[in-house]
Write a protein of this length. Structure first.
Length: 156
């Protein structure tokens, strides 16, 4: 997991959390053992999730925010504050030699994770979901709300 160019996070799986609150990353997503993930607790469709980035994809995301904000005329102080908030809300998680990483107790409780999680690939990063919440985003009603799908028609 040490390069954006060598790992593409695609698909989704449901995995059990082990007794120590660790989850296994899908084997085909593991580019290197002992890697570090940059993790941000955030929301998607109102549901709490963890977004997990490689170091390179985290840096790419931050640089993209900075470039986009600059192009739109945001003051550097606002951009720095926003990026600082993101960085301040993130934490690092070491991936073990077995391909597992620990979901801290505070995040596990806030997300109401029981014994399983859904791991969802998003290209340059992946997300950790409570499985029922992830399933709720795939209903026909939820997919109908996606404006781009009205144009492309891939999901409906």
């Amino acid at each position: 997991m040490n390069s954006v160019s060598t790992v593409m996070f695609t698909g989704n799986v449901t995995h059990k959390l082990d007794p120590k609150s660790r989850v296994a990353i899908p084997a085909n997503w593991r580019d290197a053992q002992g890697a570090t993930l940059w993790v941000i607790e955030t929301r998607n469709e109102g549901y709490p999730i963890l977004k997990c980035y490689t170091k390179e994809s985290f840096e790419e995301m931050v640089n993209g925010i900075r470039a986009h904000a600059e192009a739109r005329g945001f003051e550097p102080i606002q951009t720095n504050q926003y990026i600082g908030t993101i960085i301040g809300m993130s934490f690092q998680a070491e991936v073990s030699s077995q391909g597992k990483f620990l979901i801290p107790k505070v995040q596990r409780e806030r997300m109401k994770l029981a014994d399983t999680v859904s791991i969802v690939g998003r290209g340059t990063y992946f997300e950790i979901w409570e499985p029922a919440n992830f399933e709720a985003t795939k209903t026909p009603e939820a997919l109908a709300k996606l404006e781009l799908d009205k144009v492309f028609g891939i999901l409906s």
